[in-house]
Design a protein around this ligand. Structure first.
Ligand SMILES: CC(C)(COP(=O)(O)OP(=O)(O)OC[C@H]1O[C@@H](n2cnc3c(N)ncnc32)[C@H](O)[C@@H]1OP(=O)(O)O)[C@@H](O)C(=O)NCCC(=O)NCCS
Length: 361
């Protein structure tokens, strides 16, 4: 094997210089994840992947490609957050199944770790899909919620490289037919002091600042188990940048918010992202601010947003969601809606030795 590892130059557009190499990179990411999960339900188109994999003012993403001769056989991604360096770096390594157990993953991980510690990351994190097979030896996070097969290649690899399993999340799917069958009656949902508002596409001006505040809360309110979690601050500009990037990749964000009538404050939100032509829509964040919990706002928000989805996107066949296994309140809502597990994702973490952080930081 003649292995080379190089940085991928990100293209401005898929049909411009570097676009073909990025499409090849996107296909490798999809192939590896589909192989792990045993389904191609989560495949992302290259256009939407490009819009997620570019750097933004709050998130720097670098990409490495491993080639055997001219053939692309693996990749790594390094994500750092310049405004919150204490959050550390997220790393991801994928190697095509037929090229595994020859040291390619180890070489990519070493290069990715060096890129992260070079910019002083104090902790290295991984969020990766794992297979769902039952039985056999299992590994559990310290929370005791959820487990993974010990012989999953990613599990073995991360353990061999000193990463600790901190959190297991469930990836689950709901057929849109069930949403259509259970559509809410037209009667307004206003038996108390909360009103629901829904929109498709960019956030209306009047809600931008409050949505930024809700997203900031989301960064620490969602359960993070033993993963290092720091406040990830959002402001109006970041909400606009996020909205514009999603819209320009051919995706639509469907948002429903709960407004507390007496105070005018937004008490919660939920959002689904739909890619033009895709059969599977993605459930993104859902948050009810702690003061407003216990009033079934989580379920009401999700039901209303699902109604919006099936009305506006009749071709969508299913919705996929990710939930931490210890997040019982959110799993309760999703199980009642009919979501069923299709895969697992886990959060892994390795603290960088102080000497390395001090030398490079
Ligand atoms: C995990 C992954 C990147 C490993 O790639 P790779 O090129 O096979 O990695 P290496 O050859 O460098 O393997 C290094 C070590 O990991 C462990 N390992 C990897 N796959 C293993 C398997 N199937 N069974 C047992 N151990 C395994 C072993 O300790 C191995 O060393 P060894 O071959 O000397 O026993 C690859 O399996 C993959 O892409 N999986 C899907 C994505 C993923 O889980 N990424 C990891 C998170 S970043």
């Amino acid at each position: 094997m003649s292995l080379t590892i190089d940085e991928l130059a990100m293209p401005d557009a898929l049909d411009g210089p570097g676009g073909h190499a990025f499409a090849e990179y996107a296909a490798l990411c999809n192939d590896v994840e589909s192989h792990t999960l045993g389904t191609d339900l989560l495949v992302m188109g290259p256009q939407e992947m490009l819009s997620e994999y570019v750097s933004t003012p709050t998130r720097v993403r670098r990409h490495l490609v491993a080639r055997d001769g001219a053939a692309l056989i693996g990749r790594a991604m390094i994500t750092t957050r310049p405004l919150t360096p204490e959050a550390g770096a997220h790393l991801m390594v994928d190697v095509l199944p037929i090229h595994r157990r020859r040291g390619v993953g180890t070489a990519l991980l070493a290069a990715a770790e060096a890129a992260a510690t070079d910019v002083g990351a104090p902790v290295l994190k991984v969020a990766v899909a794992h297979s769902v097979r039952d039985g056999g030896e299992r590994v559990e996070p310290p929370t005791g919620f959820g487990d993974l097969p010990a012989d999953d290649p990613g599990v073995r690899f991360l353990q061999a490289h000193g990463y600790a399993l901190e959190q297991v999340s469930r990836i689950s799917l709901l057929a849109a037919d069930r949403l259509r069958a259970g559509r809410s009656p037209e009667a307004p949902d206003l038996e108390d002091d909360y009103g629901l508002l829904a929109w498709a596409g960019p956030t209306p001006d009047e809600w931008v600042d409050q949505l930024a505040a809700l997203r900031t809360r989301m960064s620490t309110d969602a359960p993070s188990a033993g993963m290092v979690a720091v406040v990830d601050p959002w402001d109006g500009d970041r909400v606009r940048e996020h909205d514009d990037r999603i819209a320009s990749s051919g995706r639509t964000v469907l948002t429903t918010v709960a407004r507390h009538a007496s105070s005018g404050v937004l008490a919660g939100f939920t959002e689904i992202v739909v890619s033009a032509g895709d059969a599977v829509a993605v459930q993104e964040d859902t948050l009810v601010v702690s003061d407003h919990r216990g009033r079934r706002l989580g379920m009401r928000l999700k039901r209303a947003n699902a109604d919006q989805l099936v009305a506006a996107f009749p071709a969508v066949e299913a919705v996929v969601t990710w939930n931490a296994e210890e997040n019982r309140p959110m799993l309760d809502v999703n199980e009642q809606l009919g979501f069923r597990e299709v895969g697992r994702e886990a959060g892994w973490q390795k603290h960088v030795h102080r000497d390395v952080a001090a030398r490079n930081g």
